[in-house]
Write a protein that binds this ligand. Structure first.
Ligand code: G6Q
Length: 550
């Protein structure tokens, strides 16, 4: 097992770097030195100096509440926490997920075939070879389905793919499919391969997904790392009944494939393991969209599109590994998160994509960030001494503008926000895109510089104080490569923050608790046995039982 870096044995807030930032925060806030209007007025070069471009992403940090000194001190903090050494340990296959004794190698999923990476303690096994072997099988399969060569049991081509998975086995491909739908038409075909995602155990989810589908042209991908998740297995059983009722049991092999690390359970479920695509324990669920978990995405956008998506991730991996902290996009975004969360009192982080295709991106980042850094114990088992992961939330613009932006503009809380926009529209129609982007630029301007300030009371109601921090991320267009880059940007942002706090960003015991608790209550709902919960839970279950029976 990888040893815990010595920097993690010292509480981060007792380091000189942390104290220097605390002192800097006190003087700059009290001295009103973080006033964006003044910072821009006194430094005509500010926009240029606080903008970094890498991997196709143009990121303007200048509307953040920072000076060059702040960035220098944050870089010192990254040094004190050994972020670069921890990053290198992750990329090289060290078992940095110490509670589960696992390597963390989602970055190996997007490496070129010529690279070599071995998991610590497993010499001689190049995981990159294994990755490319599975990618090759996925590509061959995707080509067969997309060309119509793979047929269902009655000889018809597949027109709809239903992904059955939850959490990390759903959010990544669901978000990415929504983002890249304009790239989803198989060449020479007359139909768009429709991909649907069923995750919730609520029967409505699968009911509505199957309502208008034809079993003869439908394929199910059961995605579960463990192949023991109750939601996914329940949905998979329901889907199998639906198919078998229509086409008979012998049809299952043509209509079901699996993505999992657990071959035995896949076989027990009745899926032919030649139609199974594997991945590895060193790929965490929320980091798995670049593995076979992304099979539904590959079926939609094709193997070439999927490889572009992986290349975008790899571009950011290389940048994260090589750029100095002050020019390193994921590190900067992560360190700004530390600045706002730990020194300026922000509790949340908004993510506001100006693209309807990114409507699931905030939810995706919510899992990535909150499941990774929602931790209260450091890697060496002591309670943390500072606040950790922020609450991540957001909605696409301009919808959010007509809803919650009020609070960001005029509320009492500090809400740092990332704005994400594109030069070219995914779906060019009239002047929609210019109108969208006019709002995008106007919002960050108003948040930074405010307006309408007056002195009498009615003016105050209408005044916008400004000085609300934003980071603006602009890319040419939302294509597979750009989406890959955006995902890796945030993965490594989350890594950076976890590394500074000295926590393990790669386990998720909180998620696992939910799986255990519900399993205990399910039989109680279907019996009249005595209940031994707290009084509230007993009363709720009893009411449910009585009213269900009624
Ligand atoms: C992700 C989490 C969690 C997980 C789901 C599904 O990092 O661990 O969201 O992905 O609980 O698990 P399975 O893939 O094992 O079904």
């Amino acid at each position: 097992m990888a040893s815990i870096p010595s920097s993690d044995h010292q509480p981060i807030n007792t380091t000189d770097a942390w104290r220097a930032l605390a002192a800097h925060a006190a003087t700059t806030v009290d001295g009103d030195e973080l006033d964006l209007t003044r910072l821009f007025d006194t430094d005509p070069e500010r926009a240029a100096r606080f903008t970094v471009e890498a991997a196709g992403l143009y990121v303007d940090f200048s509307k953040n509440l920072v000076t060059e000194e702040t960035i220098g001190l944050l870089a010192d903090l990254a040094d004190a926490a050994d972020v670069a050494a921890k990053r290198d340990a992750m990329f090289s296959g060290r078992r940095i997920n110490t509670t589960e004794d696992r390597a963390v190698l989602h970055t190996a999923l997007r490496r070129p075939a010529t690279d070599v990476v071995e998991v610590e303690g497993e010499p001689g096994v190049n995981v990159v070879d294994e990755v490319h072997e599975v990618l090759g099988r996925m590509s061959a399969f995707a080509n067969r389905v997309r060309s119509g060569e793979w047929t269902g049991a009655t000889g018809q081509a597949i027109e709809t793919v239903v992904n059955l998975g939850i959490g990390g086995s759903d959010l990544g491909p669901a978000m990415a499919y929504r983002a890249l739908r304009p790239f989803a038409r198989p060449p020479h075909s007359h139909w768009d391969l429709d991909v649907r995602f069923v995750s919730n155990i609520d029967p409505t989810d699968i009911h509505e997904a199957l309502l208008d589908l034809d079993p003869e042209t439908t394929m199910f991908i059961v995605v579960s790392k463990t192949f023991s998740t109750i939601e996914t297995l329940t949905n998979a059983k329901t889907a199998r009944h639906w198919l078998v009722d229509a086409l008979g049991a012998e049809a299952v092999g043509r209509h079901f494939v699996a993505v999992s690390t657990n071959e035995e359970r896949v076989a027990d479920f009745g899926i032919d393991t030649t139609n199974m695509f594997g991945f590895w324990d060193w790929v965490g669920g929320r980091y798995s969209v670049g593995s076979a978990v992304g099979l539904s995405l590959m079926l939609a956008i094709g193997p070439d599109g999927f490889r572009e998506f992986l290349s975008g991730m790899h571009d950011v991996d290389l940048h994260f590994q090589s750029a100095p902290a002050a020019e390193n996009l994921p590190m900067l975004i992560g360190l700004l998160g530390i600045w706002y969360g730990n020194f300026l009192g922000a509790e949340t982080q908004a993510v506001l994509p100006y693209s309807d295709h990114l409507s699931r991106f905030p939810a995706y980042l919510q899992q990535l960030d909150m499941e990774s850094n929602g931790k209260r114990v450091t890697k060496d088992g002591r309670p943390v001494t500072v606040d950790t992961g922020p609450i991540v939330w957001g909605e696409p613009g301009t919808n959010g503008q007509h809803a919650f932006y009020q609070l960001i503009h005029q509320g009492t809380r500090l809400i740092p926000a990332d704005f994400i926009g594109f030069i070219h529209p995914s779906d060019p129609i009239g002047d929609h895109h210019d109108l969208l982007m006019a709002n995008f630029f106007a919002q960050t301007e108003a948040l930074a510089f405010g307006g309408n300030s007056g002195s009498d009371e009615s003016d105050l109601q209408r005044a916008f104080p400004g000085n609300r921090p934003t980071t603006t991320i602009v890319a040419e267009r939302l294509d597979p490569r750009t989406l890959g880059a955006l995902i890796a940007l945030y993965e490594h942002k989350v890594f950076t923050m976890g590394a500074v706090w000295g926590i393990n960003s790669f386990d998720q015991f909180g998620v696992e608790l939910g799986k255990v608790l519900a399993t205990a209550i399910t039989p109680e709902l279907q019996s009249t046995s005595d209940l031994a919960h707290d009084a509230s839970t007993n009363a709720l279950i009893t009411r449910y039982r009585n009213h269900r029976a009624g």
